[in-house]
Design a protein around this ligand. Structure first.
Ligand SMILES: Nc1ncnc2c1ncn2[C@@H]1O[C@H](COP(=O)(O)OP(=O)(O)OP(=O)(O)O)[C@@H](O)[C@H]1O
Length: 228
């Protein structure tokens, strides 16, 4: 599903963000990526979604070698990967429905298929009754669920979440985790970068710990840190 071999990323300013990453994430796994600020977590995620190219090494996502991907093929990769961020990144002037539908419109989905699929997704993220609301009329947790809905509308094989609970209170964060678990149980691989030690330690999953650009720990049902 996601395979990195000998991946190194050095930014133009000379900072080596990742050194020799070797990792395999299989189908339907749920993985936390943890590590201190500046460890390389976002760089790892940006490489998977092909926002960045590695300086060295090979990355496969869904059997696609990203190094052989041409620029115009990137949108096809992005359909296989849903992405959610800490700050939701919703369109403020569009309703919940329109925010989700937009992801289908840009890939040229026929109009008659859009409404039924958006309704399915609203059901998945439990926002059917808020379809006409604008993002500013929603709580942070609801906004994050819209972002998750938008990420899932193309039925991607992989959902990447970069600090998805970062702006949410603890209770809302747990409800978002419930949504992510549900998505994972339905067959989507979930990769979540997080600083939320409470969630990682309570809701046990595979933990990949990165520090100074290296994988320092990779454990099934791992903890946030060694001490935890
Ligand atoms: N565009 C960039 N140009 C230069 N250096 C960068 C760039 N983006 C990140 N870095 C550097 O690369 C290293 C890894 O950064 P990265 O954002 O991947 O860390 P992170 O683990 O996601 O941190 P955080 O938890 O704070 O989000 C850091 O030293 C950072 O300063």
């Amino acid at each position: 599903m996601i395979n990195m071999q000998g991946v190194r990323k050095t930014y133009q300013n000379g900072i080596q963000a990742l050194n020799n990453m070797n990792i395999h994430i299989g189908k339907e796994e749920f993985v936390y990526v943890v590590g201190p600020s500046g460890a390389g977590k976002s760089t790892f995620i940006k490489l998977i979604i092909r926002e960045l190219k590695p300086t060295e090494g090979t990355i496969y996502v869904n059997e696609t070698n990203l190094g052989e991907l041409r620029k115009k093929q990137i949108p096809y990769l992005r359909r296989k990967i849903g992405v959610v961020f800490q700050d939701f990144k919703l369109f403020p002037n569009m309703s919940v429905f329109e925010n989700i539908a937009f992801a289908l419109e840009v890939i040229g989905e026929p109009g008659n298929r859009i409404k039924p699929r958006v309704m399915e997704v609203l059901e998945l993220v439990q926002l059917k009754d808020k379809a006409r609301y604008k993002p500013r009329e929603l709580s942070g947790g609801e906004q994050q669920r819209v972002a998750i809905g938008r990420a899932m509308v193309n039925k991607p094989a992989i959902l990447i979440a970069d600090e998805p609970t970062g702006n949410l209170d603890p209770e809302t964060a747990w409800s978002i985790m419930g949504t992510l678990e549900d998505i994972n149980h339905r067959g989507t691989t979930v990769v979540m970068a997080t600083h939320n030690s409470h969630i990682v330690n309570k809701l046990k999953k595979r933990v990949i710990a990165i520090d100074s650009g290296n994988i320092v720990r990779d454990e099934m049902r791992g903890a946030y840190s060694y001490e935890a």
